[in-house]
Design a protein around this ligand. Structure first.
Ligand SMILES: [Zn+2]
Ligand SMILES: [Zn+2]
Length: 279
């Protein structure tokens, strides 16, 4: 099983997961054309997508789904309460209950509830005897959420903002409160705490996602999270940041940790989406 986060952030979210011949999109919050272009960057097309899984009804996660459903007949799955949120537009959405595993694209998928300002789910996906999990819009990582993320060898987790940058930044007091509330978005610090809790349970790849352009940077997010992991004795966990409109390289779920001290940073201004490793 492998994945690439195609695009991440408030301008649009989608991750592509494949196992054998099967392919799934977790969220489709970009236009059909953008999705096509991003998939092409990892050598795939919309015909490779067997299903779309929607985490919640915010348009940065859903706006491309109606076109995929209508033009390609791609089935769309979402937890029942997400579906009845009704902001999803005209398309058929198969309702599934959080905590109820189902099979699609040769993989087993389970939605689980996370706290956010709309009914929102994370997703756990199993295939090839491996597990990955995606949780990108959530205000806190409580024991239940940790339970769903634990044991996944690859995790896509929100690291939305640096708390100090948010506090000093240009957002209104109201918006700042909303973002940092338990129903808002995870800070780098919260993400680091979750990473430390997951590291002893086989975590190998961590993709930090939904980074704010205003209140965070890939270097800041990776630095905070990888720094905490290193201090905790888990410096071998590969940490990357997913950004808008540049797919991450393929991440092979469960690839062994070979280099004890290794992390990735996005090389700004040095070619689109180029990543480099450093010690
Ligand atoms: Zn979002
Ligand atoms: Zn959201």
């Amino acid at each position: 099983m492998r994945l690439s986060v195609l695009s991440s952030g408030s301008s649009g979210n989608a991750a592509y997961v494949e196992c054998g011949e099967g392919g799934l999109l977790v969220d489709a919050g970009l236009s059909r054309r953008r999705l096509e272009k991003l998939l092409a960057r990892v050598g795939r097309t919309l015909h490779d997508v067997d299903a779309v899984l929607l985490t919640h009804d915010h348009s940065d996660h859903t706006c491309g789904a109606p076109a995929l459903s209508r033009d390609f007949g791609v089935p769309v799955f979402a937890a029942s309460e997400v579906r009845t949120g009704s902001k999803l537009g005209p398309m058929t959405v198969a309702p599934v209950g959080p905590g109820e595993p189902f099979e699609v694209g040769g993989m087993t998928v389970t939605f689980f509830d996370v706290p956010h300002d709309s009914t929102t789910c994370g997703v756990r996906i199993s295939g090839d005897g491996r597990d990955l999990a995606v949780a990108t819009d959530l205000g806190e990582v409580g024991p239940e959420t940790l339970g769903w993320l634990r044991g996944a060898e690859a995790v896509v987790l929100e690291a939305n903002h640096d708390p100090e940058w948010l506090a000093r930044g240009p957002y209104s007091a109201h918006l700042k409160r909303r973002i940092s509330s338990p129903n808002g978005h995870l800070s780098n610090r919260q993400s680091a705490q979750a990473a430390l809790a997951l590291a002893p349970h086989g975590l190998k790849d961590l993709v930090l996602a939904h980074l704010s352009k205003t209140n965070n940077s890939p270097a800041r997010a990776c630095g905070t999270v990888h720094g905490a992991l290193r201090e905790g004795g888990y410096g071998g966990v590969r940490v990357r940041a997913a950004i808008a409109n540049h797919p991450t390289p393929w991440i092979e779920v469960g690839a062994p940790i070979e280099i004890p001290e290794y992390t990735y940073r996005y090389a700004r201004g040095d070619g689109a989406g180029r990543l480099f490793g450093f010690e």
